[in-house]
Structures are given as C-alpha cells and as structure tokens.
Design a protein around this ligand. Structure first.
Ligand SMILES: [Ca+2]
Ligand SMILES: [Ca+2]
Length: 586
C-alpha cells in the first residue's frame, strides 16, 4: 500500500500505567538546530534487554489483589509459531511427548473445521524438548455432529497412563452473527458433550457415549442460556499428572449462572463471569460418567474447600462478572503455585485481555500476577504447558496460545503483539518476575514509543523484509536479523515510511536508525507531518550503533512520513532498522 492511499483506522494499544521517560534535552555540544526549529543529535542505539515486562493494567473493579511473590510477566522475545490451526492445549504424557487437540485450520496439510453437521476436531503429537524446535506430527481428525447445535469444538484433553481423553463442546448459533448491527463470533456456549478416548495415541478413537442432546452434565443452551461446564480444560499437573495432589484429574471451566438481561455474548467460548472447578479419577469407565465427578462448592466456615456430587451445588472458584473467559490452569512445581490464565474476550471479535492469577491451592484464593491489556493483540486459548517450565526456579515458562483469528473482520486489523502472535500454535518465552526485579522496557520498547502501535505503510518492501521490522523495538538487520529492519525494493531517494494512528497524537521526538549494513545509508531525509509541517533531517549514522534524534516543539498529528531525500553513493535498497516516535507524557 502506498503511503498516500487511504488507510483503515485501527485502535491503538493504550497504556495507562505511569511510564515516565525523561525528555532528554539536547546537549549543546552534540546538538544541531535545524531550519524548522527542531534539534538534532545522535543517541546510542538501546541494547536489547534479556527480557521486558508487559505492563499490567487491571481495569477498575478488578477483584483480585496483586500477588506478593509473582509481580509481573516479562517476555524474552524468543518465540516460535507452528501450524495453521488453533485450539492447542498440550498434555504431557508419560512417554515424554505432548499430545494436543487442534481445529479450524490445517496441520501439515490436513484440514479440520468444527462448524456445521460435518464438524471435525483434530489431534496431533508434538515432539521435542525445545519450544523453538518442535515437530508437530501424527495429525488426524475425528468427525462428530454438533446437532442440535452448530459447532463442536475441542476442549479438555488429557493423556494419562497411555489413554488419551479428548473432550468436545458445542457452540451456537453460528460462527458469524450480526446482532443489532454488531458482529460476533459464536456468541453462545453450548454444553460440554463428553470425552472420546484413544488407547493408541490417536490412531483410533472410541466415541463418547454422550451426545450434544444428552451431554455429560446435562446442561442445555440452545437459546444462549448460561452454562457452567461447557469448555473445561484439564489442570496441567505435569508429566502424566505427576503433581496431582490426590491422583485425580481436575478441570477448570468458564461459565455463568445469570442469563437475565445480559449483553448478547455474555457467555461465549471467550467471555464469561465465573470459573468452575471439577475433579474425577481418570479412567475409561469414569470419564463419561457424571456420577464419578465431584464439583467445587465453595469453602466451609473453616475455609476448607467443599466438594459435592450434586451439580446444582457447584460454585465458582473465581468470579469477575463480564471479565472472564477461556480459562486454563497449570501447576508450577518450582514455585509450588497454581497459575490460572484467563482471557477476557471483549465482544468476541475485539482485542482481548489476558490475565494470570496465582494461588497456593487449586481452589484459590487467587491473586493477580499481571493483567495484559490487548495481549496478542487478540490472543486466546492461552495456557502454560508444564513441559516447558524450567527445572530450577520455575520462573521461566512458555505461553502457548493462538492469536488474531478475526483480524480484518469489520475492517479492523490486529497487530502481532508481542511479535510472534498469529493464527496457529504460538509459543512465547516468559519470565515470572520477583518483587523488585527490574524488567522495565528499554526506550524503544517503552509504551511512550507510539511508533509500535501505529499502522505502518511503506513505498515498497524488498522480498523477505517487512515494514514491521522498522517498528519492532529493536535496532538490527542484515545479515543476522533481517526481520528487524525494513528494506525497500531497490529504492533510494524515493523511499518513504508512514506511521498512522487512529486518533491524533501529541509528539515531540523522533528517533531514526539506519540499516546497519555499510552499503545502504540515508544521508538526508524529511519528516512530514499531518499538520502540514516538515522537518529536514541530516544523515543517519551508517552502522546504526547510534541513531538520529529529532526533537521539536510538541505537535498534534495523526500521521507522519519519513521520506528519504538522499542516500550514500552505492546504496541499493534504502530502509530503516527502526523508527521511534515519542508521545508527550500527560
Ligand atoms: Ca527494527
Ligand atoms: Ca547503513
């Protein structure tokens, strides 16, 4: 897309926490006044930190107190993405492999789609111990009718003592619904059906005796009624459930108990009010027999958890009306903590918020580790595979999720944020922070750098490069990290990059970093702002060890362009390794 073409509006990631960056006054020795009143100077390229925290921004009314021991999540930037399907919930089996459901996409060329009469759900084996180098194999699909519902999807999946229990649940009324002018994806949860099982790691399956009409726990929701156990997920107790407190399998499920006068998609595959907890001793005989289950029913007067065989007495193990959604739980043996991942799915097609809760007990009480607004920007089915928890202190883990399935719906495009978020199985390395542990972002990763939230368009892009490399927060490029820079396709003095925000931004500083290679260099350029003003710039340091900082009197603009005016002789494909734009702190 050319910089001058009309651009769709996108919402930006808005951080409300109190990041304050010193407004660096230009020093007299190295500063240079340009003709337009702007000041230029050279600044060092920030050294990437080993990890940086995702800001925690719980909304007002968050019912969970902050954790004293786990005070945030930092990202190392290491990530890997696999396949073209979502719904990954790996279960760590005794043989050391992971086994997972998947659907709505393809794995190694095999497709699965979970909507309609011929709905299928996929299964696959995940080989390998290094999250960056896994092999997804032995893919297969299994057909199960959702009728009388419209969708039948994978949920709880467990491989225990060589038997794979694979749960499915129903969705309704359609994967795309317009209600009162607004778009929704599967706005209603249906019942949890039951577990099919396999004793040969997915080669053959025995269907559950339960059906959508006669589901395991007897809940029905053809008209959007509230359900409590629809899409349960197994608490991940480690390899072959080695850390289960009592040998039982536990499942958490998002649900609601109140369906009166609610918003349209109040209880969907990604929105809910409550989390419910159930348990069962896993066996082929037990898994599809509701009488073998116990339901968490609150705490007694002494604060001890109460378990009941009466489904009517089930009570939430956590609740936050209109702010819950898909839920998973993992036991972390290094920390001796239960970690619960919850995604609040907004309207079902909006950006999502994901938060992590911790507790010493599977029944809570729960404390907040972090609330990551717009994580993904639309991450869902978030879980923490126990196989990838580090063995020493338990603070190094990998988040598993899918992202941005509805990007483009209704004209809204989502960014891959953090980078590596896409439709598929995404694995992202994280660190659980201790109190006082510094994981503040570097300058380019700080929320004050609003270039990272802009829509980026460029005059051209060289094959294998992307415009997004200019706003990924890292100064880098050819030859080791071409994903870290933008290179044009054979342009020199015609190349342009444009950053556009959905709303006006008040800014006072731009940082420009050249491509680090010594062949291509910007020797002069121009910043063009949507208010009609321009600032001419000098050369960018060729090796990008330093960048050119341009400071100016604050201006309020909705877009800016950096246009290359001149390049070093011999330049072949001009570009930028990074552009940063700083908003004035309110
Ligand atoms: Ca970059
Ligand atoms: Ca260069």
């Amino acid at each position: 897309m050319k910089p001058t073409s009309p651009l769709p509006l996108v919402a930006v990631l808005v951080f409300t926490c109190g990041w304050v960056l010193p407004l660096q006054a230009a020093g007299p020795a190295d500063a240079k006044q340009s003709g337009s009143g702007a000041v230029e100077r050279l600044v060092d390229a920030p050294q990437p930190k080993p990890y940086y925290a995702w800001p925690s921004s719980p909304p007002a009314g968050c019912p969970f107190a902050k954790s004293d021991t786990l005070v945030g999540i930092a990202f190392t930037g290491r990530h890997a993405e696999y396949t073209g399907a979502d719904t990954w919930y790996p279960s760590w089996a005794a043989d050391g492999n992971l086994y997972s459901p998947w659907t709505d996409g393809n794995v190694n060329g095999l497709g699965s789609g979970s909507g309609g009469e011929n709905a299928t759900t996929g299964h696959a084996t995940i080989l390998g111990d290094d999250p960056l180098h896994l092999v997804v194999t032995n893919q297969g699909v299994f057909k199960s009718s959702p009728r009388p519902y419209e969708g039948r999807y994978p949920c709880g999946s467990l491989v225990y003592d060589g038997v794979w229990y694979y749960g499915t649940y129903c969705l309704h009324p359609s994967g795309s619904v317009t209600h009162e002018g607004a778009l929704y994806n599967w706005p209603w949860l249906g019942p949890f059906v039951g577990f099919r099982w396999s004793a040969d790691f997915g080669k053959t399956w025995t269907q559950t005796p339960c059906t959508p009409e006669k589901p395991l726990f007897g809940e029905h929701a053809l008209k959007g009624e509230p359900v409590k156990i629809s899409a349960p997920h197994f608490v991940d107790f480690g390899r072959n459930m080695e850390h289960s407190p009592d040998g039982k399998a536990y499942l958490v499920a998002q649900g609601s108990s109140d369906g009166g006068n609610r918003r349209f998609a109040y209880n969907s595959w990604i929105t809910a009010d409550d989390v419910y907890l159930i348990r069962v001793t896993p066996s082929i005989a037990n898994m599809n027999d509701a009488s073998k289950y116990e339901f968490f029913a609150g705490h007694d007067a002494q604060g001890n958890p109460v378990w009941t065989g009466d489904f009517q007495k089930i009570r939430p193990v956590a609740e936050w009306r209109d702010h819950m959604g898909c839920v998973t739980m993992t036991y972390n043996p290094g920390l001796k903590k239960y970690l619960m991942c919850v995604t609040d799915g907004g309207t079902t097609v909006s950006r999502y918020n994901t938060y992590v809760l911790e507790s010493d007990r599977v029944t809570g009480p729960w404390k907040l580790v972090t609330h990551m607004s717009n994580f993904g920007e639309q991450a869902y089915f978030v879980n923490l595979p126990s196989k990838f928890i580090n063995k020493d202190d338990g603070r190094g883990l990998w988040l598993c999720y899918a992202a941005n399935f509805s990007s483009g719906w209704g004209g809204t495009t989502f960014k891959s944020q953090p980078p590596g978020s896409r439709y598929g199985m995404c694995l992202q390395e994280i660190r659980l922070l201790k109190p006082g542990e510094d994981a503040s972002p570097d300058l380019l990763h700080s929320p004050a750098n609003i270039a990272r939230t802009a829509e980026v368009t460029v005059s051209s892009t060289h094959p294998d490069y992307s415009a997004g490399g200019a706003v990924d927060g890292v100064v880098g490029g050819y030859p080791d990290h071409i994903e870290r820079e933008w290179a044009s396709r054979g342009e020199r003095d015609t190349a342009m990059i444009r950053l556009t925000w959905p709303a006006p931004q008040t800014i006072n500083r731009v940082l420009l970093f050249d491509r680090p290679n010594d062949l291509d260099q910007v020797t002069s350029g121009m910043l063009i702002f949507s208010d009609g003003s321009t600032i001419s710039t000098g050369a960018l340091p060729d090796n990008a060890q330093k960048g050119l900082e341009v400071s100016f009197v604050p201006k309020t603009v909705q877009w800016l362009i950096f246009a290359v005016n001149r390049t070093k002789p011999g330049t072949q494909n001009i570009g930028l390794s990074e552009i940063a734009v700083f908003a004035v702190q309110p």
